[in-house]
Design a protein around this ligand. Sequence first.
Ligand code: ADP
Ligand code: MG
Length: 400
Amino acid sequence: MSKKTVRDLTDAQLRGKRALVRVDFNVPMNDSMQVGDDTRIRAAMPTIEYLLERGACVILLSHLGRPKGKPNPSYSLEPVARHLATLTKARVDFVETTDSDEATRAATELSVGEILVLENTRFLGGEETNDERLSRSLACLGDVFVNDAFGAAHRAHASTEGVARHLKPAVAGLLMEKELEYLGGALESPKRPFISILGGAKISGKIDVIEQLLPKVDRLLIGGAMACTFFRAMGLNTGKSLVEEDRLEMARGLLARAGDKLVLPSDAVVAPSIEESKSATNVARDAIADSQAMFDIGPKSSEQFSSLIAEARTVIWNGPMGVFETPPFDRATRAVAEAMAAATGNGAITIVGGGDSAAAVADLGLESRMSHVSTGGGASLEFLEGKELPGVAALEDKSE
Ligand code: ADP
Ligand code: MG
């Protein structure tokens, strides 16, 4: 089951060789076209340095944004390459094409210890269609293929899946390995009690995760607007809260099946609107007025969730507990993050998946106090849904 990684490559497979590495440099850019947040670039550095230290040269492939198969200067990787140069002692070159004689020449002429960044893979029409010709062409750029782009692994694109079928060895990078180890380990052999906390806006986007996790976890805690859909399914008044009417039947089914595994909030923080956050009050879940909407789980629920987290030995969290972008509706999200950080200190495995939850943890400065914060929002969700990620499936198995 488990995949070969760069650590399975021999000295002979790396010394003097060209390592073609798919990274996830899909970073936010600021108004002056500079890298806004370099978390994803830094996350790929261990793999890049590992390969350089073993005498390889490194050719990097990545996408950035959604240029839809056409070159578009606002999505160029050039500023990313410049930023990368500030994070490494190695020489960093950039070529403004990806699939061209120029790119091939640059890759061939690269010296040991150097890095070459090629242009945005999504400038190519064949990338998102996983075009066979493009996949073969990309495969010619290197001697080994390394996929370290966990955040793009749920897409079968030429630079993630296609190329891995044509260039062997095809192995996981260190970031990819860490993602699979934590997420896979939690699902396959969790230390118990194993709990999961799900939140965020919509139950519809996370229903497959609920289905997949429910048989595996000891407790499934539900917060966010998702909880409101369950409240309505229980026949409670939810006022102006965000409820997905078309998921009520499904929520009822889950409530019936899950028994006491499913833990719903017992109280709520409500206000007439997000803008009127100053008039926020705490109410029991069966006392939400018609004129109010739930924007966070209440203090009693937050305390209950925190104590369940404190008792757990494995915790997976996906989705904020409330509208954490607008205080005071960030309180429960903050409490969950802090409880998880404390649990990590007591030896629990704590995993955060999901873009907004990861951002909340980063804002609180608690990233380093989690066992693992996933770099791939969509990819980690699909992994938790039990789906095989095409970019991972195409890599070689350990036993091969
Ligand atoms: P993640 O990216 O971590 O998977 P989601 O994208 O599913 O999380 O959900 C995050 C969004 O959910 C946030 O923008 C947050 O404001 C919203 N949200 C959470 N609770 C509520 C609520 N009670 N009402 C409305 N929106 C909510
Ligand atoms: Mg999100």
